[in-house]
Design a protein around this ligand. Structure first.
Ligand code: PMM
Length: 284
C-alpha cells in the first residue's frame, strides 16, 4: 500500500499534468453509469480499464448523488463498495471511496483505502471530520448545501464565487480544528451540487480565486447537466465526454490539482495536448 500513498499525495503526484480520478459508481441509479457495475467482477474490469487509460486513482461510490436521489442506508452503501474496494486494493489499483458517511469512510480506511471523497465536505455526517482525522486518510471536501433531493432549491446565491470560497474556507477551519493535517486536504467547488449551469460556469471561470484559498483543487464536471447543451438533444450523458475533456484541459490551464471523470481516455488525451502546448515544442 505504500506506493498507493505516494501516488495520491498531492505534492508527489503533480507531474506534468493534473491528477485524473476515474469514476466508478457501483450504484443501481447513478445518472450516467447507474446499474452497469453492480457486480464486483464488472466493477473490477472497469477499474482496470480506467487505470490503463491513465487514471491515477479510481473513485468508488455506492450512493447516487444525482439530482433528486434519496439518501440510502450506510449499511447498503458499505455492502456495495467494500467488496469492490477490497478487490481493487488486492490488485494494487489506487482507490478513493466516495461517501458522505463516516461509518463507510472508517470501514474503507480499515481495509486500506487512503482517500475519502466526501461531496458534503463533512456537512452530511457530524462524525465525518473526526473519522478523517482519526484514520489519517486524505480528504477531498466539496462545497455542498443540502442532500440531492432538495439541493436544487438551494441553488440561490448573491455571488456564487464569493459564497463558495467563503464556505470552503469555513470547512477548512473546521477540518483543522478536528486535527486533519492540511497536507491531506483537497477542495472541490462541487459543480452541480446546489448549483445551476450559470453557477458552475462562474466557478470554473473563477478557479484561480478558489485556488488562492491555498489548497489543491479537484473539479468534477464530467457528464454533468450543464454540459448537455454541447451534445445533441436527448443524447446519452456519455455524449458529454468531449465537452468534459475540453473542460479538463481548460481546468489544467487554470492550475487545478485534479479532475474527476468517467471517460479517462479523452481527458488523458486532452492533457497530452495541453502538455505539448505548454512545452512549446522539443527544440524551442
Ligand atoms: N460529483 C459526483 C459524485 N462525486 N466527487 C467530487 N469530489 N466532485 C464531484 O463533482 C462529484 C463527486 C456526482 O457525479 P457522478 O454521479 O457522475 O459520480
Amino acid at each position: 500500500m505504500a506506493s498507493g500513498l505516494v501516488r495520491i499525495r498531492p505534492a508527489a503526484i503533480r507531474r506534468d499534468r493534473p491528477v485524473i480520478v476515474g469514476v466508478l459508481n457501483v450504484t443501481p441509479d447513478s445518472f450516467s453509469d447507474g446499474g452497469k457495475f453492480t457486480r464486483v467482477d464488472a466493477a473490477v474490469s472497469h477499474a482496470v480499464a480506467l487505470r490503463d487509460a491513465g487514471a491515477d486513482f479510481v473513485d468508488v461510490g455506492g450512493e447516487s448523488t444525482r439530482p433528486g436521489a434519496a439518501r440510502i442506508d450506510p449499511a447498503v452503501e458499505r455492502k456495495r463498495v467494500l467488496p469492490v474496494l477490497k478487490a481493487l486494493i488486492e490488485r494494487s489499483i489506487p482507490v478513493s471511496v466516495d461517501t458522505m458517511n463516516a461509518s463507510t469512510a472508517r470501514a474503507a480506511a480499515e481495509i486500506g483505502v487512503l482517500v475519502v471523497n466526501d461531496v458534503s465536505g463533512g456537512l452530511a455526517d457530524p462524525d465525518m471530520l473526526r473519522t478523517v482525522a482519526e484514520t489519517g486518510v486524505h480528504y477531498i471536501a466539496s462545497h455542498w448545501r443540502a442532500p440531492s433531493d432538495t439541493m436544487d432549491d438551494e441553488a440561490v446565491y448573491k455571488n456564487v464565487v464569493v459564497e463558495v470560497r467563503n464556505a470552503l474556507k469555513a470547512r477548512i477551519a473546521e477540518m483543522l480544528v478536528w486535527g486533519i493535517s492540511p497536507d491531506k486536504i483537497v477542495l472541490d467547488p462541487g459543480l452541480g451540487f446546489a448549483k445551476t449551469a450559470d453557477h458552475n460556469w462562474a466557478l470554473l471561470k473563477a478557479l484561480p480565486k478558489l485556488e488562492s484559498i491555498g489548497y489543491p483543487l479537484l473539479i468534477g464536471a464530467s457528464r454533468k447537466r450543464f454540459l448537455a447543451p454541447f451534445a445533441d438533444d436527448g443524447a446519452p450523458s456519455s455524449e458529454r465526454d468531449f465537452a468534459t475533456a475540453v473542460v479538463s484541459a481548460l481546468a489544467a490551464q487554470a492550475g487545478v490539482w485534479g479532475v474527476r471523470v468517467h471517460d479517462v481516455a479523452s481527458t488523458a488525451s486532452a492533457f497530452d495536448v495541453w502538455s505539448a502546448w505548454n512545452s512549446g515544442g522539443a527544440n524551442a
